[in-house]
Design a protein around this ligand. Sequence first.
Ligand code: CUK
Ligand code: CUA
Length: 768
Amino acid sequence: MKIVSKSVVSLLAGVSIALGAISTASASSLEDVMKARGLTQKDLLAAAKTYTPTGGRDEYLAFSSGGQSGQVIVYGIPSMRILKYIGVFTPEPWQGYGFDDESKKVLAEGQVNGHITYGDTHHPALSETNGDYDGQYLFINDKANPRIAVIDLKDFETKQIVVNPVFKSSHGGAFVSPNTDYIIEAAQYPAPYENKFVPLEDFNDKYRGGMTYWKFDRKKGRIDPSHSFTVMAPPYSQDLSDFGKRASDGWSFTNSFCSERYVGGIEKGRPPYEAGCSQKDTDFLHVVNWKKAEQLVKAGKAVKINGTDVLPIDVMVKNNALFLIPESKSPHGVDVSPDGKYIIVSGKLDSHATVYSFDKIQKAIKNKDFEGKDAYGIPIISMKSAIHKQVELGLGPLHTQYGSRSCVVYTSLYVDSMVAKWDYCEGKVLDKISIHYNIGHLVTMEGDTVSPDGKYLVALNKLAIDRFNPVGPLHPQNHQLIDISGDKMVLLYDMPIPLGEPHYVVAIRADKLKPIVRFKSGWNSRTDTRSKFKTRAGREKTTRTCDAEGNCRVVVNGTTIRSHITPETIEAVAGDTVEIHMTNLERAEDETHGFAIFAHNVNLSLEPGATVSATFKAGKEGVYPYYCTEFCSALHLEMEGYLLVKPKGYKAKSVAGKTGQTYGKSDYEKQVKTNNDTQAVINSVVGYITSTNYKDFPPVVALVEDATDQLGFADDAKKKAETAAAKSDWQNATLWAGQHWQYQVKAADIGLRAKTYLEQHGAKVIKK
Ligand code: CUK
Ligand code: CUA
């Protein structure tokens, strides 16, 4: 390539360096590095299993609950590199979530009591088709303010939050039925369904637990609250849930603790909750025939409470749709096997995991083999009749995930700080590994589906203690990657999670996900429709209208494209309401612009194609700069403008623009020379690209489209410069010629990116 303009060279230097000097020989050998860093052969092997070279991809993507952050964390396995935080129940400024009008609406619809700005997320769940992950949707619950959120994996954005109409906390959600007809959300702390005060003395009679079955409308990609229903349950603290599958399809399972129905009150001299809630040797596994429950709702057997359908306990019992089975002390975790034939429940205060047989449960139901009824009339199947095996695993067993080999499972041992690998068919322990420290959930690849992949396991440890550099009293959590492909489990990697306490993670094969790279033009990503505020290039406008009472509204239909915001000034009068609708005209992958205004809490993220809005009150007169917050191009800093809020009654003195610099003929000619040199660079890059089979590379085709757009704008600016020059208006001629050069530089930058891509991906020269 011919080297031409100095400024172009410096602008593009980074690209060519990356091209030319891919690697210089390392100063030290592998042995030297091992010695210097104190690494063993085992460490190297672990590193080789997780290390992902630049540009490499992960085999699985993990969706982790973000705990109290109210977000979802996305990371790759085996690299353990964090790829995204998805704003869900909590505003997330980078994504503009909770700042633009579109996402504020999502948060407002999921609002509880008007002012909640966080969530305590516990269990993410991926949508399933025939019991296997299909890569379409993700759901997650908020334990503190019982809610479920829907995230669309087309764009990894939160689309909907629904508030549970009857519960006051929720834990056993989100888990999906094998075809994602329903998402279950079980209560945790019993409370009255009505939103009113009920004294604790009425606990047994008026406080209730339950399981809500949220109907998912896959065509709309949204939960349909009007077809959702709740199965009322006694005031036991319902805990985790899982849906039956294959053999047990149509049923769901929810365990519980504190079936003592103990009410604490240490202030009044009563023993505390922890004592009263763990006195009995057993609690209850709730077994629900949800398909029957669905029919009962359709047959009008539900009662309306807070506007939602609730199936009373006696209706469920009369129709053989609700049963209880004792389970070991303070149970935690309920996990259905891939074939649906077994249900594994652990007991936090018991060293066993209990394997229930669905077959035996059905036999007991058929033969009315019940040991009695609970205080609410629900038949109790005896533990003996329902158990396949009880296996001693270690201290504090919690959650179970399935492996790829039949009968092999992995259970977390909270107190022992270990993972146990065991055979639930035979009932024997196969292997154990220590983790650091106090594991809660664990995840194997696609480990809660009908066809788990095994391969890797991530231990979600509650405590990190001494594992990382100290960062103050609040430590990160520790997600540890374990290789489970062999007979023995092997610890590979520690990843600190510095964002809340993640409870559960689901991991899906990355090739099942097909996210988009850009939105359709003018897209409202929260409603998945074309925004009515979509603005095309050249159609930008600002209007100001006032109603009879003198309330005025400034409406801006603007655009962004490298490297300017249109409009570059917005004028309002103190007290006006300002509505800004910005459309990002970019089509290029990863060309996101931001939009932030001083002092108004306006902070938007404009991904390519998106139309995003902000409505706010311009209360005080003043000068408020706005700018693009993403370093989008070499002239990103110049992507700026002013919101001018004038005092009431202000009259402008002059309309002429002011500038600090004047230009003459020689300035214009100098700029034209630069532009011609730049064009030569562009021509050589274009020549190279079009000589190859670039059309076989979709990312390059997209880059070429983008570059063509930029050159179109360049032509337009060039014409304006030439028109001004013809009138000897050197000021405008020089500035428009400068603008011409801006577009050229962008086109050249894109062209070089395309060229690099082609060279690195083995494009062939097909014509000379
Ligand atoms: S729970 Cu946290 S370790 Cu909320 Cu699923 Cu078991
Ligand atoms: Cu757009 Cu910076």
